[in-house]
Design a protein. Sequence first.
Length: 116
Amino acid sequence: MQSLSWSSFGFYLLFSLFVFYQQLHVKHFLGASEAFRTVLTLSALAGVITGFAYLGYYGWTVSWWPPVLFFVLSLVVVGVVGAFAEHLLGVAAISLAAFVGWPVAAYFMFHHIPSA
């Protein structure tokens, strides 16, 4: 069980929530600024790449079963928690917070990967 890091998983959930809402915001973008849409799209893309890099790095350096578990559980948890957060804050607010939120969460999810 030393290959499983719950703190890293918690930060991955937060990270996934932020990236999901940036993707959703891009998909349903209603703003007039194409420059902002481009920045939002690039941030969401960088988040997706970071997420895959995290899962791959965790699997490569520690074990492959925790990142698979993290990915599957994140789909369920982010769906439930995201619906609640979206109701309270709205898609745009979560998406804007994600510009700071997902890089910070990414730092900590990588930082808490157990050493092999």
